[in-house]
Design a protein around this ligand. Sequence first.
Ligand code: FAD
Length: 569
Amino acid sequence: MQSVAAAVCAVPVLLLAWRLGGTYLDRYFTRKLTVLCELDDIGNPRPDNKRIQGTAVICGGSIAGLWTARIAADHFEDVAVVEPEPWLATEEGQSNTFDADGTPIESRRENIRTRVMQYTSVHIFQPLALLALRKLFPNVDEEVKNADGRIAAYEVNGHAFGRPIMKIPMHEYPDGNYPECLFMTRELYERLLRRLVTQSSKRIRWVVGTATGINTVPGDPTTLSSVTIRTPEGNGEKIPAALVIDCTGGTQAGLKWLRRIAADTVNTETLQKCAPAGALSWDDVKIEYSTAQPYIVYRFYVPPEARAKLPIPGGYENNIWPYMYMPVPGVERKIFMMNRIEGHRFNIAFCGWGAPPMPMDFDSIKDWFKNFSIDHQKIPEWILPLLDILLEYKDQCEILTGKYSDPSWLRFERAPYVPSNFIAIGDAVMRVNPVFGQGCSKATIGALALDGFLKSSSYANLTTIPAGFGREFFKMHKNKIESIWDGTKPTDYMWDTTRPVKGEKHSDEWLNGVLGNIVMDLAGRDPEVDAALFKVRFFLGPSTALLAPHLLVKIIAFAVRQKLGLVPA
Ligand SMILES: Cc1cc2nc3c(=O)[nH]c(=O)nc-3n(C[C@H](O)[C@H](O)[C@H](O)COP(=O)(O)OP(=O)(O)OC[C@H]3O[C@@H](n4cnc5c(N)ncnc54)[C@H](O)[C@@H]3O)c2cc1C
């Protein structure tokens, strides 16, 4: 009798412990694996007498460089952004290309980025960027509106396994404060960000030039003294640096600079002493694989008389991203998406793993869709009539082609040598498959992580960058971005057209890939799993959210039922 009573009493205690434990773990992983805690405190600058002395030299003035410049301006006395493309330093580099009505602004869009090949390709931005922008720039909504960009619920009508997935879990936002995001071209995002950032602080200055190397303090290779740049006139100059931040994107210049210093025999003895246990060899710091993904985008102009006629669910004005199709990994290879952008233009983009057949001219677009009945997904009925209307205006359609960059990860935290005052953010550290649309968020995450790091108790009161800062930053940063790599590589490996990382096999990621498929399939059927996937994929929760016990039970049960053939298609 006593033992029954004890068991009954133990139940609420266990439930409470379970709940408290879950809350603790959730907080722990949110702090460690996301930048949601950092987000709360961005935009609060250091007092002037506590600023880090000298200049934060940011190499690269694109997405990562701009986010980082805004954050660095809250901590350093001076911020220099080194960027080779001269027009970015002019008014043109920060101007809108369309007015609020979507009318092209004369003389804009004459310049195009020459070093950022994805400048014109379709981009999707996650809610994280908007959350941070609204904290840093209270006028951002107005600015977006004035440029014919859009801010709306983060609804991109993604479909996988024949069902809509990653829908906003509206029931979790009863106050109506659901995640929103920016809908615009990458071109406008970059120009807008540049305007907001450069106008936000007098401490930020723009330097036209190419960073060609970094220099160490004489006799101390662990500390950098300056960045060497080549000016447009071809002259070499040195910019003294308190902290060097590599934001050179796909150029990934930082790794080359570090290797150059490490290879100098003058430094060998000192650097050997500093190399951490378990450091990788230089050749192993960078890992990369290839997904072989060409793309083609048809960018239609939609004239006023056609807008109301377009048979988009919800109407042209309201449905900004009407469809995105994700194939079953490993089964089908094609992917397509449709979205509206500023200037009354409508994108239809085709891509796929291992270069699947894509419609390469206007005549083949409809046939491509007509033959589209794969992995139990059917195209919505409104797409063919939509094409009929858009194709009437094909004379005003831009066609953009290119190839997705191969994913790569520079594991600086385990490099043989990292100077104390060197860090890297954005694609300079990691490039992931663009299909998943996470690259720009990764840059935002890096900048927010830097803000939190500089505000942590170890550094908040220092006015110089201490020994070991660079490596500690990379260790912390890795925790925040690792899930992006781990969450996409297994899916990429499901296709045999993917060339794995040197020394790896497709089968190394088989289990993770299969689990990913199970979660995606279940997400289309179970709102709770879908809500967790939404948060994890869009950086609104830690990746561990999918491991919550009640979700794990659902995932395992689904996998078993699937194995037994009990799951309807
Ligand atoms: C086809 C395609 C589609 C994509 N779609 C999406 C998407 O939908 N959503 C998303 O979030 N991400 C997407 N991405 C990824 C996203 O574009 C990148 O992650 C993002 O641009 C990274 O920004 P970054 O500033 O790190 O690098 P970049 O944008 O590559 O910028 C690097 C900057 O460094 C400068 N630079 C280079 N070398 C030097 C040097 N030596 N000295 C000084 N400056 C230098 C360059 O001029 C450039 O300004 C896509 C990528 C591709 C290729």
